[in-house]
Write a protein that binds this ligand. Structure first.
Ligand code: C5P
Ligand code: C5P
Ligand code: ZN
Length: 486
């Protein structure tokens, strides 16, 4: 095991020791987590751990950690505050509002500054938190450290890492520390890693529904549109969709039929779908299966599971996502079906809006779009992720997406490609620097490849002007340092 991994394990061990000490003292835990799939998975791992330890706790899932969240909780006496999938980027306000020795941070965001607060964070050990391990992965390591029986949380950590799009290995495989977690799950017989067609519900759903329900990859014109999927399958793929009156699934297809489906899909993705060749090719790739989940449920495929958690968080039902992760398989599973249907339809509507001419504005070093009040500020990040990863918008420049929040601020979501990051672009640093010049009320944070901010309404163009300069200087600095190396 490499030195940096051992170092992170050591930090996780310290966090787990502090958790056990607090349990001994019967202290109350306050867990605060992020509302995306990784945040919900991380919160669920820690919550399940507390159930097993018999600890008393309260869980809160939030979109963004702000000072008012901390003011609300600081009154709670004799508590341990645990931040999962957030916190490292907001150390300043945490230090200002909470006693440092009662805070534990389990995160994978680049730390804002040095602190004496105890953190388990890959960045402190020279491990990349954007690709090597997620927030739920770190939570998993903490739980595993407490007791090896907690290795049954491995699938949840995989769901979280996929939600954060960390499947950057060949054919969309999880790598580095994430692959160690995959191994734990596989060894326990609770996870399988296969290669196949990356559509949701390969073994269970009628083919048209598998196509309609798939949002990762998101296929413009097909994802979320049942009629279009049926038309595509009957007119382009031309394979029988029923056998003896029963709907066939993808796993029922012969090898020739599968090949035909894949080749037609790739043609569609490159043609009317206007997707990038890499994304189109990636329709076949690595799939993570949770074999203990019922075949008919959306929980068997880890990518579908993560999109379901994302839907819960972003459709304002994070508690429902946590219930599912904690094992609720009755009414919660029924309720989540309607939430994910609404989410898919919303995504499809937003994507239709985005592909209209004129929606995206270009400057020399970046591109942007403004969803105003039309796009939900909780979903703007997902739209930006899908748009750039699928190649629906140009992959030459990073994208900055805006949407108005209910609190009168503007939410900014920024996304880059792996190639742009290799060229020196760091969106987290760019946004953190830029917002300081825009307003004292603005906040920002995040990774090199995906970052976000909140800024006052009316400061969008100023922010973009500053960002344009920062991105340019990041690219220039990187190419200068490459030249000096050569
Ligand atoms: O807060 P957290 O780190 O969990 O969120 C990262 C966000 O960035 C996720 O919403 C994820 O989907 C997005 N992301 C992305 N593209 C990447 C990496 C992350 O859109 N390559
Ligand atoms: O909200 P969005 O999905 O665009 O966030 C992208 C990444 O930036 C996430 O990892 C999120 O936690 C982080 N972020 C942050 N501070 C903000 C907004 C987003 O650290 N003010
Ligand atoms: Zn995360």
């Amino acid at each position: 095991m490499s030195k940096k991994f051992l170092e992170l394990y050591e930090h996780c061990k310290k966090v787990s020791e502090r958790i056990l000490e607090a349990c001994e003292k019967e202290l109350y835990f306050r867990v605060i987590s992020h509302l995306d799939a990784d945040g919900i998975a991380a919160a669920s791992i820690i919550s399940s751990l507390f159930f097993r330890l018999g600890a008393h706790f309260h869980l809160r899932i939030i979109q963004q950690l702000r000072e008012e969240n901390l003011r609300e909780i600081k009154e709670s006496k004799e508590s341990i505050f645990i931040f999962t999938d957030l916190g490292s980027g907001q150390i300043g306000i945490i230090e200002k509002n909470l006693p440092q020795d009662s805070v534990l941070i389990i995160d994978h965001h680049p730390p804002e500054k040095e602190t004496t607060i105890l953190q388990a964070n890959p960045h402190l050990c020279d491990i990349d938190g954007a690709t090597e391990i997620s927030g739920s992965g770190v939570a998993y390591l903490v739980a595993k450290n407490i007791d090896e029986s907690n290795m049954d949380f491995a699938p949840l950590a995989v769901v979280g890492a996929l939600g954060d799009r960390q499947d950057k290995g060949e054919q969309h495989r999880l790598s580095e520390l994430n692959s160690e977690i995959v191994k734990d799950g596989v060894n326990k017989g609770i996870l399988e890693e296969n290669t196949g067609i990356r559509l949701f519900g390969r073994e269970t759903r009628p083919i048209a529904m598998a196509l309609e329900y798939t949002t990762d990859p998101f296929i413009p014109g097909l994802s979320g549109n049942h009629g279009a999927c049926l038309k595509f399958l009957t007119e382009n793929v031309k394979i029988p969709l029923k056998n003896n009156g029963n709907w066939r699934t993808i796993s029922d297809l012969s090898q020739d039929e599968k090949t035909k489906l894949v080749s037609e899909l790739i043609q569609y993705m490159l043609g009317p779908g206007e997707m990038s060749p890499e994304e189109a090719q990636s329709i076949v790739g690595v799939i993570y299966i949770l074999p203990k989940e019922e075949k008919q449920t959306p929980l068997r495929d880890a990518r579908e599971y993560s999109s379901l958690l994302n839907a819960c968080g972003r459709m304002r039902k994070p508690g429902l996502g946590v219930a599912i992760c904690l094992g609720d398989r009755s009414e919660a599973l029924e309720e989540v079906e309607s939430v994910t249907t609404d989410y898919r339809e919303k995504l499809a509507g937003y994507m239709d809006w985005l592909i209209k001419p004129g929606a995206v504005t270009q400057t020399e070093y970046l591109q942007s779009f403004h969803g105003g009040k039309l796009i939900d500020d909780r979903i703007i990040g997902t739209i930006a992720s899908i748009a750039i990863s699928s190649g629906i918008i140009s992959q030459d420049k990073p994208i900055f997406a805006f949407a108005e929040s209910e609190d009168g601020m503007v939410k900014v979501s920024a996304r880059a490609t792996d190639y742009q990051v290799q060229q020196g672009i760091d969106l987290g640093t760019a946004l953190r620097t830029a917002v300081k010049e825009v307003s004292s009320e603005a906040t920002a944070g995040g990774h090199n490849i995906a970052a976000g901010a909140h800024i006052p309404i009316g400061t969008e163009s100023k922010l973009l002007q500053i960002l344009n300069k920062i991105i340019k200087s990041q690219l220039v600095k990187n190419s200068a340092s490459n030249e000096s190396k050569n």
